[in-house]
Design a protein around this ligand. Structure first.
Ligand SMILES: NC(=O)CC[C@H](N)C(=O)O
Length: 373
């Protein structure tokens, strides 16, 4: 079925919808991963964004129930050169078109994804609308202009959980706090209070694999509440939207920093930076892919990393922070730690899902940090 994609600057593309009639809108970004579409679609950090895959064929190994990063598709739309209708893989239980259609998320194929990517690289990520019903690209472009800018959008406070839960080897289970606000931690591993801004499940899987006990709480879990559950450390998750718009979360994190060792990934890294006086800014087209070279300044080693962020933080003026990781493509900040307190964070994704496993040492460094403090 014929479909149009129009960007806010009037550029438009004609292609086909492979999910039937529909519409989708959001910030159009590109991801350079060759595989991993299922993890990408279910990553809550993509909320409000339509993802254009630069690799030309998606869907060939289908969909399986295990490779999910949250309970549903989170991206606003999916754009590919070609979508495979008949997948082949022993784990596959569904095709990519059926998966998207089942959750009413529009998928579009048959457009020149290289031209779209080159355009975004040149002019930056921009708002877009795709539709099978509107034939006038000018009207779609007008609609794109009406969408909210990603800058200033507080999405993460809606993306995370609304009630605490525990993460076990088998996945999430309900967690009940006691009347007095304390929590009966089930095991003897280090106790971690995880702030959920739209967390990827592989972060929880890998923290759990370190032998840690995990209590996951909503963004607005207060400092006094945190003190009552008495964790050994706090962990701040990834998530969608603009970190600078999350003023209440930043305030809570400033309070948490006074009391606990704290670490963060991606949005968590940005929020932690902002809570300590850093500033944040939007990157032109962001980093979305699985092959970003990052240098670990403490070992000198280069990791090939999985990344998904549109914003970045600047800590140059904060001399109590040390830059620990740097992106070798554009020299942007990829990680920092506090020089004399147990605080560390990285901008990229050590849990990958999907992506290379080079950076998994982050989880054992975190376990060591909380056991030493
Ligand atoms: N993966 C993430 O946590 C993304 C963080 C933030 N929303 C950004 O785009 O920069």
């Amino acid at each position: 079925m014929k479909a149009l994609l129009a960007l806010e600057d009037g550029t438009w593309f004609e292609g086909r919808s492979f999910t039937g009639m529909g519409e989708a809108e959001g910030e159009v970004i590109f991801n350079t991963g060759m595989t991993g579409y299922q993890e990408i679609l279910t990553d809550p950090s993509y909320m409000g964004q339509m993802v254009c895959m630069t690799y030309p064929l998606m869907g060939n190994y289908g969909i399986n129930p295990e490779d999910v990063e949250s309970e549903k598709i989170q991206a606003a739309g999916f754009i590919t050169r070609e979508c495979c209708q008949i997948p082949s893989n022993w784990r596959s239980t569904q095709s990519l078109p059926d998966y998207l259609r089942g959750q009413k998320i529009m998928g579009m194929e048959g457009i020149d994804t290289r031209a779209l990517t080159t355009h975004i690289r040149k002019y930056g990520a921009m708002r877009g609308v795709m539709s099978t019903t509107e034939n006038d690209p000018g009207k779609l472009a007008q609609r794109a202009l009406q969408l909210p800018h990603m800058e200033g959008l507080n999405l993460a406070e809606k993306a995370g959980c609304s009630k605490p839960f525990a993460w076990t080897e088998w996945g999430p289970i309900q967690a009940d706090l006691n009347q007095d606000g304390s929590y009966d931690w089930p095991g003897s591993g280090g106790r971690v209070l995880v702030y959920d801004y739209g967390i990827k499940w592989n972060i929880l899987r890998l923290l759990k694999a370190q032998g840690l006990e995990l209590l996951v709480v909503p963004w607005n879990f207060g400092v006094q509440e945190a003190v009552k559950v008495a964790p050994d450390g706090v962990f701040l998750s990834n998530g969608p939207g603009d970190p600078a718009a999350m003023t209440k979360s930043i305030e809570i994190i400033s309070g948490l920093l006074e009391k606990f060792p704290v670490a963060g990934i991606c949005l968590g890294h940005q929020l932690l930076g902002l809570a300590m006086g850093a500033s944040s800014f939007k990157l032109k087209f962001g980093h979305h892919g699985m092959n970003h070279p990052v240098k670990d300044m403490s070992t000198g080693k280069i990791e090939i990393s999985s990344q998904n962020h549109g914003f970045c933080v600047n800590i140059d003026h904060l001399d109590f922070l040390e830059q620990t990781h740097i992106n070798l493509n554009d020299n942007t900040l990829e990680g920092f730690r506090h020089k004399n307190r147990p605080v560390m964070a990285i901008q990229y994704h050590p849990e990958a899902a999907s992506g290379p496993h080079d950076s998994r040492y982050f989880f054992s460094r975190y376990r060591e940090m909380i056991s030493e403090s």
